[in-house]
Design a protein around this ligand. Structure first.
Ligand code: SAH
Ligand code: MG
Length: 213
């Protein structure tokens, strides 16, 4: 948690707990150490999607399908979601969960490395959720921009990485490279012309980037 713990837990206490499949997946993720989006980030995604009403969503990093299902449940039935995952065990789990949630007609999983799949995709998206290998965000971002409609949004998760990105005191040695890369990423997306970015210290840190032109 990045913000003061008591503020975060107060805010969290305000949010209704999920029911059904989302609740089940939250329990599974906790027990099996799957890094799904934190509750505050889930809530941010829901509100963003309800305001923005995208028709086509792309996600990098499916894991068990939690955020994909969450995004499907926050958008119209006409909105499609494509999500990329490189671990076959995760793809299988996600497929099962998505079917159980009755979103298999709207969510399509691409199995493989994001770096190569992103280069193969051709259609444009209005909303891209970046939630995979943090060391590669900058590369992913540039591939994603090519797939993003003007007026579209890229939301990136875990950009403050346990607070380490904001303070050298917190950086543990083996995470130095990731932290360095995330700092480069945040600097880059904040300085980019024709884009407007904000960084929000909830969950593990989230950034929202809007494409103007
Ligand atoms: N978005 C999910 C959590 C994703 S966890 C949720 O909130 O519910 C990150 C996932 O990204 C992991 O399952 C990991 O296997 C996958 N991943 C990491 N790097 C990747 C890459 N380069 N290409 C494809 N998938 C990747
Ligand atoms: Mg994440």
């Amino acid at each position: 948690m990045i913000k003061k713990e008591y503020v975060a837990s107060y805010i969290r206490s305000l949010y209704p707990t999920h029911e059904g499949i989302l609740k089940e997946l939250e329990v599974y993720a906790l027990e099996n150490h799957v890094p799904i989006v934190e509750r505050e980030v889930a809530q941010l995604l829901k509100v963003l999607l309800k305001i923005y009403k995208p028709k086509r969503i792309l996600e990098i990093g499916t894991a068990i399908g939690y955020s994909a299902i969450l995004m499907a449940s926050s958008t119209e039935d006409s909105c499609t979601i494509e999500t990329i995952e490189r671990r076959l065990d995760m793809v299988d789990l996600a497929k099962e969960n998505i079917k159980k949630a009755k979103y298999d007609h709207r969510i399509r999983i691409h199995y493989g490395e994001a770096e190569s799949i992103l280069k193969d995709l051709e259609d444009k998206y209005d909303f891209i959720f970046l939630d995979a290998a943090k060391g590669q965000y900058l590369d992913f971002f540039n591939d994603c921009v090519k797939l993003l409609n003007i007026g579209g949004i890229i939301v990136s998760d875990n950009v403050l990485y346990k607070g380490m990105v904001a303070s050298d005191k917190l950086v543990v040695r083996r995470k130095k490279t990731i932290v360095k890369r995330l700092r480069q990423y945040l600097k880059y997306i904040n300085e980019l012309e024709n884009f407007e970015t904000c960084v929000i210290p909830i969950g593990d840190g989230v950034s929202i980037t809007y494409r103007e032109e």
